[in-house]
Design a protein around this ligand. Structure first.
Ligand code: SF4
Length: 200
């Protein structure tokens, strides 16, 4: 699988402490995308099990509540994402899972999305059904810079926060915030919602 970045612990990408994985590659060209460096399909291919191992190490080190997938567009690599979550939940079933996707719920339910691995319509629908069954929440829909939203996790008003399990209620999602992480080597990562949020 192709990833853009991995953050071991964040508190602005869903409930509690969460690892965040940004996928590499996106074909959606949202109006005002904050992350254009994730669009090109390039980078180092990682094995699914190496990514699972990294999440498990972070979960132990930071007592994580869960994992959030972002992008880029995670759905373009849906087969790998399904396998990753399946393997992860076998080792750490208590970890929750969330996702940001530019696709709408309707597009996903109808299998109308692009994948880098060749899948027919039936295979896309099965993959989404399997992924949805392992997700606790997702923020869905294209980002639009002309419709900015201040709702938790939702960047523009056309997007929606969907809950797929009874793990969380909407009250568990905190107000938008920005987070700056500096690791011991000086690598600085900025995540969260820089347009309307406050620095956390
Ligand atoms: S789906 Fe995300 S990464 Fe892709 S263009 Fe839209 S905002 Fe950017």
């Amino acid at each position: 699988m192709l990833l853009h970045a991995f953050l071991e612990c964040s508190v602005v990408n869903g409930p509690g402490r969460r690892a965040v994985i940004w996928f590499q590659g996106c074909e959606l060209n949202c109006n005002g995308c904050w992350n254009p460096n994730t669009h090109a399909l390039r980078g180092t291919t990682l094995t699914i099990n190496s990514v699972v191992g990294r999440i498990l190490n972070a979960a132990r080190a930071f007592a994580l509540e869960g994992i959030t997938f972002s992008g880029g567009e995670p759905i373009h690599q849906i087969s790998s994402l399904v396998q990753l979550l399946f393997n992860l939940k076998r080792s750490a079933p208590a970890l929750s899972a969330g996702m940001f996707s530019g696709y709408t719920a309707r597009e996903l339910d109808e299998g109308r999305f692009h994948t880098y691995q060749a899948l027919n319509l039936y295979e896309r629908c099965v993959a989404w059904t399997n992924l949805r069954a392992m997700l606790d929440f997702a923020v869905l829909g294209r980002f639009n810079k002309h419709q900015l939203s201040s709702d938790p996790l939702v960047s523009s008003r056309n997007q929606e926060l969907r809950l797929f399990s009874d793990r969380y209620t909407r009250a568990d999602f905190e107000a938008q915030a920005v987070e700056v992480t500096i690791d011991p080597d000086g690598l600085t990562q900025i995540t969260g919602f820089p347009t309307l949020a406050t620095l956390r």
